[in-house]
Design a binder for this molecule. Structure first.
Ligand code: DPP
Ligand code: ZN
Length: 835
């Protein structure tokens, strides 16, 4: 049974004090010499993980040994091991050039780099590759390449070599090595206790002028973690390396973060406002891991959310502080609903702390990350901001240098507050998005709310218990005045809340999205419109508009109230343009599909597409000649800035342009906007609008010509066409000379953008979309299992679509499942999808 279970956890048999590694780099035959000092743990045989390694020699305390070597690692019987500890030495040979999985040590455009989380270190040398084995590393790199980097501080270097030492004990997954012909952009940061930290961002020659925003974001992150969490940086050097071939977003290796270049490189000409914001938040996220992840790490991979949920929560708060808190909250909830609610509603649903897995790479999910962050947000909501701070200080004090569990995390909150959090822990154990139904009754003196919660059955979890759901609420009177507010914790199957009042109020519930649940509030006619006009909670104000739109989208009903409300918000100059832009946007097709399935109906992507188009048309018609002046009013003077109010104005202006394009002559305006654009945000927005209307031919050619060779921009060019093109268009793009499927960013730009972002073509009735995805999953699986497995989640809502489509998908899933060779990653995913 290949399944790994949380319940089977045991302490390591042997622990590690120090690791000395010497790398002799060579593209297809790198030699790694390891000298590892072991000390007794639980005791027993020595097991060292190892994959795709050539073992050249091994010795214990200098005496050659011949361990039993298998495909997953090697073992030495306890009887052959000195009881009190020993020094293990071995030399392995690896093939970075042939390593297409991008886990372990690999080559990306002539540059060596590593990705060791979760289990990549075992592709470098034999090691107890588990996060509860923490050790001090010294690394020597031998190579003719000019730049040789590893974790920690450089302790020596000369022609053809460099040595690094990291004084902080760390698990192997935080190990990093980079070697290449790289250029750096440098700066420095002085911590509040006066430590001067050198900062360096390493990129390919020519990219130095696109690092300024990443560097600025890094310095702001370092300051924020000091001010808000009291956490200082703990080395004299902090480095970031940008690489083009990378499976995920970025990696928090101690002192040497490695980033997908998408989250480092930006200039106004090449990056959108969204890209800048993404850089700011990912730089912050990886930096914040230094304390939440590195200094305090996870005992085992089931505890992944211990570092990821917390670090996402921290980066969300950072962005909220840097930008607009309400707008950030709306964006985060949109993301949560689109990805995590979707995951939670289908065959891939799993708890924030999973209890079993086959391949841990498959659990770097929206549930572990984003729902994990929501759980911490609720915890803070329930205990209060002050107690949260006390608990976090206790966490850092008590667990620094340790590999911890969710139990340790909750214990500090129990100790800091005296609360019993055993019921709260269900948020980590139970999968599925709770549904919270609310009934309201006004009796003349009291308004009574009755909350009924239901946590749906999910794979392996048929029965659920009630969880504590924090519901922030406000009560509005008929004039929109808020006369009462508070926090209700719905912690039983049924709970009630009584609000004394003399007239029936309009209730604003789940303010700020205080819990990750589906709220079903049977509001009276006009209540939602009232809240869209008056709610003092910006999140709920936005959500009221979204709920109004969703009603019309689901039932094809009347859009008058929604159009009126949106119109009023748009013209309210007192409101942040970024917020107005969010109110203007209509729920996406994926979100409408989810709502359809939740209402117990069959999803027909064609119907959803048509309805959404109709609803947008109604809005454009309703706003008619107010659109153009509103857009003109968002004119920005001065040079481009990714900060301040400008991104919000651009978002609003471009949202309005999208509606203008639905009017006669509107496409001419979009074309003019494209021609005139002097930054990527406006250029890509206009290009997207033109392409969505099938009028992008010239603009696409122009865009391609202008940006040929700038890979991050060419990714956008592929992405736009993937989302709006036909399958024939996609097939033509697959043959394009610049389509290099081996680079994950490019693969995602075309294949994943198509599968996730082009529902009508993906769900085409002849099954051609499903077949195309399956073909590429099979192809990619042989090259890079992690990317293939991740992309297979495009099939995760397959049981909600029409029966003819389900049958076509089932055929493709079966075809993949019966492929002669399939990675552990993809076979686990397909197995869960079909279960
Ligand atoms: N640990 C990484 C992150 O989420 C994922 N590779 O930051
Ligand atoms: Zn992370």
């Amino acid at each position: 049974d290949p399944t790994i279970r949380l319940a089977d956890y045991t302490r390591p048999a042997w622990e590690v004090d120090t690791v000395h590694l010497t790398f002799r780099l060579s593209p297809d035959a790198t030699e790694v010499r390891a000298r590892i000092r072991f000390k007794p743990g639980r005791g027993g045989d020595l097991w060292l993980d190892g994959q795709a390694l050539d073992l050249l020699e091994a010795a214990i305390d200098g005496k050659p040994v011949a361990p039993a070597v298998g495909k997953q690692g090697l073992s030495v019987p306890a009887a052959d091991l000195p009881k009190d500890g020993f020094e293990w030495t071995c030399t392995t040979r690896i093939d970075p050039e042939g390593n297409t999985s991008l886990e372990g040590l690999y080559l990306s455009q002539g540059m060596y780099c590593t990705q060791c989380e979760a289990e990549g270190f075992r592709r470098i040398t034999y090691f107890p590759d588990r996060p509860d084995v923490m050790a001090i590393y010294t690394v020597r790199i031998e190579s003719d390449l000019p730049v040789l980097l590893s974790n920690g501080n450089r302790i020596g270097s000369g022609p053809g070599w460099a040595e690094w030492h990291d004084p902080w004990p760390k698990p192997a997954y935080l190990f990093a090595l980079v070697a290449g012909d790289l250029k750096s952009v440098t700066d420095s940061f002085t911590t509040r206790s006066g430590r001067k930290v050198d900062l360096a961002i390493w990129v390919r020659d020519g990219d130095q002028d696109r690092c300024a925003y990443a560097m600025d974001s890094l310095k702001r992150s370092m300051r924020w973690d000091e001010e808000v969490y009291g956490r200082e940086y703990d080395l004299d050097l902090f480095q970031i390396v940008a690489v083009d071939d990378f499976n995920a977003g970025a990696m928090e290796n101690k002192g040497l973060n490695i980033f997908n270049s998408k989250y480092v490189l930006a200039s106004p000409e090449t990056a959108t406002d969204g890209d800048f914001e993404g850089i700011e938040s990912v730089i912050a996220h990886e930096y914040f891991h230094n304390w939440t992840g590195n200094r305090i790490t996870c005992r085992d991979w089931f505890q992944l959310s211990l570092k990821e949920g917390l670090t996402v929560f921290r980066d969300q708060c950072f962005t909220a502080d840097m930008r607009s808190a309400p707008v950030k909250r709306i964006q985060d909830v949109q993301g949560l609903r689109a990805a995590q609610f979707r995951e939670d509603a289908g065959p891939l649903a799993h708890p924030v702390r999973p209890e079993e897995y086959v391949e841990i790479n498959n659990f770097y999910t929206a549930t572990v990350y984003e729902k994990g962050a929501e759980v911490i947000r609720m915890l803070r909501e329930i205990v209060g901001a002050e107690a949260y701070e006390t608990a976090l200080n206790l966490y850092f004090e008590r667990h620094d240098g340790q590999a911890c569990t969710i139990e340790d995390w909750l214990q500090v909150f129990e100790d800091a507050t005296g609360r019993d959090l055993s019921q709260f822990k269900l948020w980590y154990r139970q999968a599925g998005t709770p549904q919270l139904d609310v009934e309201e009754q006004f009796d003349g003196t009291v308004h009574r709310l009755t909350f009924r919660q239901n946590v749906p059955a999910t794979p392996g979890q048929p029965n659920k218990q009630p969880m504590p759901i924090p519901v922030r609420w406000g009560a509005l009177d008929a004039s929109g005045h808020e006369f009462a507010n508070g926090l209700h914790i719905a912690d039983a199957a049924v709970t009630t809340l009584d609000i004394p009042c003399s007239a029936r109020p309009v209730m604003s519930l789940l303010r700020g999205f205080s819990a990750p649940v589906h709220l079903k509030q049977a509001e009276q006619v006009g209540d939602r419109a009232h809240r869209l006009a008056h709610d003092t909670d910006p999140f709920n104000r936005w959500d009221a508009g979204r709920a109004l739109a969703m009603e019309a989208l689901l039932d094809g009903g009347d859009t008058q109230d929604w159009c009126d409300g949106v119109g009023r918000v748009l013209e309210d100059e007192a409101l942040d343009p970024a917020f107005r832009a969010m109110v203007l946007s209509v729920p996406g097709e994926g979100e409408i599909a989810q709502a359809t399935a939740l209402a117990g109906r069959v999803v027909d992507p064609d119907v959803i597409h048509a309805r959404r188009k109709q609803v947008r048309q109604n809005l454009a018609h309703h706003l008619s000649d107010r659109l153009a002046p509103l857009r003109d009013a968002q004119q920005i003077d001065g040079p481009y800035s990714p900060d301040g109010s400008a991104p919000g104005k651009r978002a609003l202006a471009n949202g309005l342009l999208g509606l203008i394009a639905l009017q006669s002559d509107g496409l001419n305006l979009a074309q003019a906007a494209f021609d005139r654009a002097d930054n990527m945000t406006d250029s890509l927005a206009a290009l997207t609008i033109l392409t969505a209307h099938g009028a992008g031919k010239n603009a696409l050619a122009h865009f391609h010509h202008r940006w040929s060779g700038v890979s991050l921009v060419i990714d956008k060019w592929f992405g736009v066409q993937a989302r709006f093109g036909s399958i024939a268009d996609i097939e033509a793009l697959l043959d394009h000379t610049e389509f290099t499927w081996r680079t994950p960013n490019r693969f995602r730009a075309l294949i994943a953008s198509f599968a996730f972002g082009n529902p009508t073509e993906f769900h085409r009735k002849d099954g051609a979309g499903y077949q195309l995805l399956a073909d590429w999953l099979l192809r990619m699986d042989a090259l890079n299992p992690m990317v293939a497995a991740r992309t297979s989640t495009a099939f995760d809502s397959w049981r909600t679509v029409t029966e003819d489509r389900q049958a076509l998908i089932a055929t493709q899933l079966e075809r993949i499942a019966s492929a002669p060779t399939l990675s552990k990653d993809t076979s686990e995913m397909i197995g869960r999808l079909r279960a």
